[in-house]
Design a protein around this ligand. Sequence first.
Ligand SMILES: [Zn+2]
Length: 961
Amino acid sequence: MSDRIDWNSIENKWIKKWDEQKLFQADPDSRNKYFVTVAYPYPNSPQHIGHGRTYTLADAHARYMRMKGYNVLFPMGFHYTGTPILAMSRRVAAGDSELMDTFHKIYKLSDDVISTFVEPIKIASYFHNEIKAGMKEMGYSIDWRREFTTIDKMYSKFISWQFRTLRKKGLIVQGSHPVGWCPRDQNPVSQHDTMGDVEPDFNEYTVIKFRSGDSILPAATLRPETLFGVTNMWVNPDVDYVQAKVDGEKWIVSKEAARKLEFLNHKVEVIKTVRGKEIIGQSATNPVNDSAVPVYPASFVEADSGTGIVMSVPAHAPYDYQALEDLKADKRTQKELGISVDVDPVIIIGSEEYSGIPAREAIKQVGATGQNDVKLEKATSDLYSREFYKGKMMENTGRFAGMTVAVAKNEVKQGLMKSGAAATMYELVSKPVKCRCGTECVVKLLSDQWFLNYGNKEWKGLAHECATNMDIVPQDIRQEFDYVIDWLRERACARKSGLGTKLPWDEEWIIESLSDSVIYMAYYVIAKYVDSKSLSDDSINDAFFDYVLLGIGNANQVAKECKVPMQIVEQIRKEFGYFYPVDSRHSGRDLVPNHLTFFIFNHVAIFEKENWPRQIVVNGSVLMEGKKMSKSLGNIIPLRAAIKEHGADILRLAILVSAEILQDADFSFDTIRGIRSKLVGIFEMVEKCRKPQAAGTELEDRWLASRLQRAIAETATSMDRLRVREAIHYILYSLEQDLQWYLKRTAAKGRENVSGTLSEFLNVQVRMLAPFAPFTAEEVWERMGNRESITTAGWPVINENKIDPVAEESEFLISSLLVDLENIVKVTKITSSKIAVYTSAGWKEQVYKTILANILDGKTNFGEIMKQLIANPETAKAKTDPKLVQKMMEDILSTPLDARKRRLKLAGFAEATAIQDATSLLSGEINKAQIVVYSEENSSKYDPKSKAKSARPFKPALYME
Ligand SMILES: [Zn+2]
């Protein structure tokens, strides 16, 4: 480390102080409250830098709101529920070498610790402590009095109450529904259970039964309405198919399909294996119109996709069109298999999108060649969505003619299902999905399983209402929520194994982890009383939760029934009323399709409207030097190790500064170094503020104070939208630039009396830094002589009186003048000993203001402006120099809008005064030259080359010799 700052000891000092001062303990009081929560962690591994982002952003948000004067509650719990911890302990018991490697090399665990992990609870409690210690070291301002785990007895009672309440409302149903499934664990799987955290999402296919002799050739399709355009069937000649009895019918499907059908509760008995080649050339009957279609070979048909048999609709399916073209051109294969291909595409859907054969056009648009070209995927989805939204069934589709595709799709399917000519089948969308145990997942039709009925229309309506009235940050993600709310259906909410709460009315089931983690924010209120032992779980029943969380029943009776002092019951009810609803919920983007949407659903089902959540904040993930973090790349850095090495504040800033909210943040060591030097600079500033002096009143003092007010306003605007990258930029970089200018100006003047101005500057900067770098901010604040925590010092408030347009304009003029002079020196290589600066004549100022007013009004016509100038005696002189007017227009058009507005209202600004004030600086920077300032109107000016007449307002003329 290059600096002398001992970051870790500063961190330890403040962690201890905050704890002693109980700074982050929030209890109801007379202030407005703000309740921030972030998804509680799973303790099955230590946190790494990637986890740091969501938590650090939530903490910065909590700290910002606290400084704005809110009574902020920011609590934390630990999510033990589910199968991951169980699966991990099994892998430990089996001595899984990959896992051991991770434990040794990445987490640096000793064998003694690892050997205890055969007990699942030991894993949970070990990483729980590890994560908690890391959160403290990162400076998270958490009220630890409310900590809990999801296997605490009281929490289980709370979850039982949640489930009984949902069931009473008819939102939990028992039935047969498809779920993602691990055949080895015999358990449903959700995102938390899969490798790479993939949501096991699936599609519903319609299986159309084509008769062929005494067998059925079943074809799975997402587009049953295209059945009228089937010209043939596709079978892969090189795939093994089986002839099997499926629910009493004789089906021919791929081996893989036979297995999938079993998981979907079909009775499947395999009779014999059939090579794909043997089926080719047969004829099959289309159930929708009894037409006979031939079976042809195609290599794009995959054994593991659908049934392994495909119905061919060449006019509307790019794969089919391309395979047909390929086959027509391939005379050899035709001869080998003894077939002759004589079918043509049949168009059955019309839309404005296509004029010829839709599939052919879609293929042309993506430029695919051959049936194994991946571009056909895109052609397929393009065509599908266009026809789904804009297509109509044509005359050749019988009673469906004239229907939209969206309607016909369903009608055709229902008709076939009724007559027994179709069935349904489910297929995982992003195959392969692997369970954490390593087994490939399937879709299973679970019977007698318990489901949360997210398909319920009324429930969806309320969820939409909540989302619509909620603040979603960033706004762009709102439609993703609407989409998920529409798309969700029944979801399995219980498992046969894992940690968690038993389903209260059917105790062989355990409530799964994405169902017991949706309203727990309310439990933080209760947890405080459990942790302080003022509430015991012994006699607590539903009446307690009904009263404290919903206001149902009366305190007296609840107190008696649950053996809790009446006063405690009332206090909890009041505290819930004070802190609820959740004001801001922070989470990662990957949780939009499940957790965050379930959070909305469950709140609207259980709580009164006034207690529905108010804001959701979604952020992206973290890359490591541009790469995804992964165990295989070995670039996962555990958070605690990183804190030890770099310091918590530097990490916090490096994680937050690299991206705006939804983008992936890129963590890099260059950023770390850059941030460190900025923080060191702030520590060094304290020394410069030591002398007790009043703030200066010179031009540059007034300027710095004015810039500071603007930074306060801009930073607050960014923070209110949680654009933290922008906020940090103002605090660390823009202000730093201003400070450097101030130091340059005062050094040139040889001023000693800068301590007052610098100390005012640092006072504001460090308070704005506090939410992001709390340790540095506290330490600097204390070294500046403050006794109270910076948290209580409040967010800086703008002092309008200190906004000083004249000072801003003056310093702007000086710095532009300096740049101009430096450029001239660079280009001409003149080493001048004397520089004359000419400010423009008074009448030019009037001309400038007239042009400026016109341009701000949107009028930029030269002739019109000229006419106006000539009409006014004060500016009539412009007539003699139209080029000057032209130049002033150009000057103004290249000036930023805010500066234009400032200049129009500017009063009391004198260019000469500003330049005179900076002669020491200008001279010092330019060869110690003598600087003289004249007005263009000064008759005794030194002007050997007649430069003065070209002076313009804000653009003084220059002469160097
Ligand atoms: Zn598994």
